[in-house]
Write a protein that binds this ligand. Structure first.
Ligand SMILES: *Cc1c(COP(=O)(O)O)cnc(C)c1O
Length: 378
């Protein structure tokens, strides 16, 4: 990614590596005695693979999960001694590239198992893999019956170094959802077919709530980055990502004036607006417009006494701009060049996501390419 000079940027993403490491340590404690891996797909949930992998390694993480092999190559370049699993599985034709790079596919169909075994046979050595079972999500993975047939075929199994048997829960975010227990039971039936193979089922939500889901290896993602993994409980994780928009202009709007596209919001009083140079093209969702999203002003060092001001979004978020009501702040308290926190320590990313009708995952993984990026801690 190109590095963007803060002086030229309309917005800024700050990644707090101390918070990331603290989150990993917390999740690892909950997972123990199971190993705790880290899911770093989607560019480390928007934080940057090359940024998060060394910090997680430093915190003790040795096993990483990504979605696709292009991400896996970046992990191996950043941490050559890491174990890196490819969650989405194996495309036909990609076998030798993965094997050359030391990447470990999560084989999710009989065809993928056949292709990986054939490649291993050609190369004359068993190749590492995970076997992914579908336990009820109906997404990726072998059914129980496919698994039962596969494990009885030595011409396949003899060529596989099966390092992990895994499944994925559909409803772990919903504590006590009956499907999770049903999936767990189906998964354990499958595990009986692969005695001695380490098992993994827990995403962040399962890691956070119960010890009987972590098995041998937990694989949290969102909670590492501070997002909410569980519904309806306080989020115990530290925010890792702060998103700030930079004020490009402030202006007064008379009472009765309408703001922005569609004239969607009419001012009921004389209003001072601060426009930040950040919009939906930067991943600051248009759907969060006009919902009264509370935003807080993070004061520059010189004016820290304004910290805590809540600023309401006004009118529609446009592609490159968003407006906030700063009428209640002294005129000289905010102006061009100041940074407004769009989410971070004061405004949880999940609150903004809720205002946009989505989840924190989507905001983090959708952070645009125009931000200046700053790393703190670590
Ligand atoms: C994304 C993903 C995870 C991590 O999920 P979080 O909810 O972010 O913790 C774990 N396992 C699989 C298979 C995934 O696709």
């Amino acid at each position: 990614m190109d590095v963007i000079d803060e002086a030229l940027a309309g917005g800024r993403v700050t990644i707090d590596l101390d918070a990331l490491k603290a989150n990993y340590t917390h999740l690892a404690k909950l997972a123990a005695p199971a190993e705790c891996g880290a899911v770093v797909k989607a560019n480390g949930y928007g934080c940057g693979i090359e940024v998060v992998v060394p910090a997680l390694w430093d915190a003790g993480c040795r096993t990483f999960f990504v979605a696709v092999s292009s991400e896996g190559l970046r992990v191996m370049k950043t941490a050559p001694d890491a174990r890196c699993f490819i969650l989405n599985g194996l495309f036909t034709g990609a076998e030798n590239a993965l094997a050359d790079a030391g990447l470990i596919p999560c084989l999710g169909s009989v065809t993928q198992i056949e292709n990986w075994a054939a490649t291993a046979k050609q190369r004359g050595t068993p190749l590492p893999c995970a076997i992914h079972m579908d336990s009820g999500m109906n997404r990726l993975g072998l059914s129980y019956d496919e698994l039962a047939r596969t494990v009885e075929q030595p011409h396949l199994m003899d060529h596989l170094d099966v390092q992990l048997f895994m499944t994925h829960y559909a409803c772990a975010d919903d504590i006590g959802h009956p499907q999770t227990e049903a999936q767990r039971e189906r998964f354990l039936q499958g595990a009986d077919l692969l005695p001695g193979v380490p098992r993994s089922a827990a995403n962040s939500a399962a890691d956070l709530q119960a010890t009987d889901h972590t098995f041998d290896l937990a694989r949290p993602g969102i909670a590492l980055y501070g997002g909410e993994a569980l519904n309806d409980v306080d989020n115990p994780m530290r925010p890792v990502v702060t998103l700030e928009g930079r004020v490009v202009q402030t202006r007064w709007v008379e009472r009765g004036g309408a703001v922005g596209y569609g004239a969607s919001e009419t001012m009921t009083r004389r209003t001072r607006l601060a426009y930040v140079s950040t919009g939906y093209a930067d991943g600051y969702h248009r759907a969060a417009s006009n919902f009264g999203v509370p935003m807080r002003f993070v004061a520059p060092a010189a004016v820290t006494h304004y910290k805590g001001h809540t600023l309401k979004g006004v009118g529609r978020i446009s592609m490159d701009l968003a407006a906030f009501d700063v009428t209640d702040m002294p005129d000289d308290a905010i102006g061009e060049g100041d940074w407004i926190e769009l989410f971070g320590n004061n405004v949880p990313v999940d609150d903004v996501a809720r205002a946009a009708g989505t989840i924190g995952y989507e905001l983090l993984t959708g952070l645009g390419a125009r931000y200046a990026r700053k790393i703190i801690g670590g």
